[in-house]
Design a protein around this ligand. Sequence first.
Ligand code: NAP
Length: 329
Amino acid sequence: MGADANMKKERVVIIGSGPAGLTAALYTARAQLAPVVIAGNQLGGQVAITHEIENYPGFPDGLSGPELVERMKEHAENFGAVVEFDLVESVDFSNGSPFRIKTYGEEYLADAVIVTIGADPRKLGVPGEEDFIGAGVSYCGTCDGFFFRGKDIVVVGGGDSALEEGIFLTRFATSVNVIHRRDELRAGIQLQTRAFNNEKISFTWNSVVEEIIGDAEGGVKAVRLKNVLTGEETIEPTEGVFIFIGHDPNNAVFGDQIALNENGYIITDQRYRTNVEGVFAAGEIQDEIWRQVATSVGQGTSAAMSAIQWLEANEERLQALDALPAAGD
Ligand code: NAP
């Protein structure tokens, strides 16, 4: 990626427009840094496809994901943030600040970068899954469990998330059947013990979901299961399918330019600094555990405050770099 005189120069570019990104935009905008937010495929990220959010403080009646996203965007824009509906194609962090960010429509130079590009829940990829997202198919028990009071549901997966969320879902559901592709759980032993001792939880071993069945009016009605050992197929009636088969952090555009942990999440310190000075990260791209709007908002705040502080501390050096002629001048 070559620098040239036509590149747009920004103080802060925020990659991603979920709660972490829009909050970082608000804080850096209020610090007069006119941040540019590269929104990505979906403004708001996963929140934008969340039916209703009842656990974000200050909204006792709940609100829809799209509404919360729109409010966060408007709030940041009111202070001077610019949201670009564009996708990052590649970044070049190799020479330090200013960093280069190439999108499909533009090329930016940024003194500081805040990465809030998120992680996507892994999908089963079976027929019916996409059709019933928000109508019986969910990837978040904390978000959607409440809507399954008195219902029989299934949970797919055998890791910590599947069991933790499965146990949580027993607060609402009449029964929770955990469908796992092996006969041994990946989850930690304590969670296993709690799940085995929970009367509402049952297990279907060595089985995979082949199809999610339902109709447009009533949502999910059943899942078609296949026993991977015998090949036998069965139909299990259910009103909810909660899928917890891992997340994929959206790290592809960074290549090996930023330090990732063994699961592919960006490593940050307590100040949300990455290993690249001037690049910060917040939200689910660096937090593989909590994944809540409220935690992402807090992390976005912290990352923005660290970026603001870092820009102040490096003001003289960055201004001196600005004064140098760009290639092509
Ligand atoms: P995970 O540990 O990767 O587990 C994913 C589960 O889904 C595994 O049981 C896996 O089966 C199954 N799976 C994967 N792809 C599948 C597919 N296509 N079809 C059917 N099943 C599939 O993911 P996670 O549970 O989200 O946990 C992620 C990380 O967060 C882990 O490090 C975990 O320890 C941590 N975490 C910790 C806590 C806690 O400590 N309280 C809570 C949540 C998460 P196999 O077992 O056969 O591979």
